[in-house]
Ligand binder design. Structure first.
Ligand code: PMP
Length: 398
């Protein structure tokens, strides 16, 4: 008889020849447990998802409650579904920052994933502005479908899938000189606040202020991808709230579902209303905003505020920074608990990650930055657990 691992490699489509192939039996809080009973500390939150930990009891309770009421009822946008309605209200509240200069983000379109939020927002930008050009950043990751891939900042990932969308231009994240490439021909700029897959690159505070000015000047929508940074990852509920500007459209997913699949693009109602006509049903999804995912997401949002998870994000990040000192560590970049620990090169980093996994600590590298270790633990990680994790990482370096 074949083992599950062998069946996984045989029947489940693979995207590399070296999947981690861990077989997890259960996950709880910041821990995952292998079939063999081995305990792993999840320091990457399943790549930016388990911000409130795995199977937070309030999230699983909300899921159970909703499962007992209804699952899928109807395609998107037709029925009044309480989980969607309450979640949209709660999300909109997080975005009411008293900013009156810019139209408030008060209208939520729910999707199944981050990529779909990106796709929907690309259509929204084209339709609202009547323009075709879209600008994204070098080394950005916004998803792998053909629209989102067109925005990708990596030629390596795009090369063999052309033709992709035309009229996509790229600027360098955080570079003031490139801002003038945004013109009256540009429908939208898609940009992360912190460039995640580029290896946690943090722009100067003034950068987004200037970007916002140029978008205002040219009538370009400023579309912020908070798929990795949202739901508390960087110490505020949304990362843009630390950078003195307000976006036109916000994208979220990943941590939003507390472990369930969901995403959203959020805009002002006047912008979003273009989907209602010419033609009607301008954007369609069957499962977007699934009631169980919405219930889980609302519970996740409440946990973040009720358990004051934002409060200690920077204190916890600082513990990592204070402890991860080693001659082989060249730099630690972070915005809250979105962290990158830089080593000389991939050849130095890879065995460290492998040894740490062997010792029960899961980290990773970045899609477009393979000399840096990804650390993005659940926000519920305790100070003691951070100390324990850092000891293992340091032991894995040596
Ligand atoms: N944007 C960013 C910044 C991301 O990090 C990701 C996922 N890594 C996506 C978009 C795509 O999200 P998803 O995988 O949920 O489709």
């Amino acid at each position: 008889m074949m083992t599950h691992r062998e069946l996984f490699l045989k029947n489940v489509a693979q995207t590399s020849d070296f999947p981690l192939s861990l077989e997890i039996d259960q996950a709880n809080g910041i821990y995952m447990y292998g079939k063999d009973g081995k305990e792993y500390m999840d320091l990457i939150s399943g790549i930016g998802v388990s911000n409130v930990g795995h199977r937070h009891p309030k999230v699983t309770q909300a899921i159970h409650n909703q499962v007992d009421k209804y699952l899928h009822l109807m395609v998107y946008g037709e029925y009044v579904q309480t989980p969607q309605t309450l979640l949209a209200e709660a999300l909109v509240k997080t975005l009411d920052n008293g900013c009156r200069k810019y139209p408030v983000l008060n209208n939520v379109y729910f999707t199944n994933s981050g990529t779909e939020a990106v796709e929907g927002a690309m259509k929204l930008a084209k339709r609202y502005t009547g323009r075709q050009e879209i600008i994204s950043c070098v080394n950005a990751y916004h998803g792998a479908t053909q629209g989102a891939l067109s925005l990708s900042g990596s030629e390596n990932f795009k090369r063999n899938y052309r033709p992709l969308l035309p009229e996509i231009k790229q600027i360098r994240h955080g570079h003031f000189d490139d801002i003038e490439k945004i013109t009256c021909r540009t429908a939208a700029v898609f940009i992360e606040v912190i460039a995640g897959e580029a290896g946690v690159r943090i722009p100067e505070y003034e950068y987004f202020v200037e970007l916002r000015k140029q978008c205002d000047l040219t009538g370009t929508l400023l579309i912020i991808d908070e798929i990795q940074t949202g739901f508390g990852r960087t110490g505020t509920f949304w990362a843009f709230q630390q950078f003195g500007f307000y976006p036109d459209v916000l994208l979220c997913a990943k941590g939003m579902g507390g472990g369930m699949p969901i995403g959203a693009f959020i805009a002002n109602q006047e912008v979003m209303s273009v989907f209602k006509n010419n033609p009607i049903l301008g954007h369609i999804t069957t499962f977007g905003g699934h009631p169980v995912s919405c219930a889980a997401s609302l519970a996740t949002l409440k946990v973040i505020f009720e358990e004051n998870l934002l409060e200690n994000v920077n204190v916890k990040a600082q513990i990592f920074k204070d402890l991860l000192i080693h001659k082989k560590v060249k730099e630690v970049r972070n915005q809250g608990l979105m962290m990158a620990v830089e080593f000389e090169d991939f050849e130095t980093l890879k065995p460290i990650i492998d040894r740490a996994i062997g010792r029960g600590i899961i980290t990773d590298w970045f899609l477009f930055c393979d000399n840096s270790m990804r650390i993005a633990p659940p926000l519920i990680i305790t100070d003691e657990e951070i100390v324990k994790a850092c000891k293992v990482i340091l032991s894995a370096i040596n």
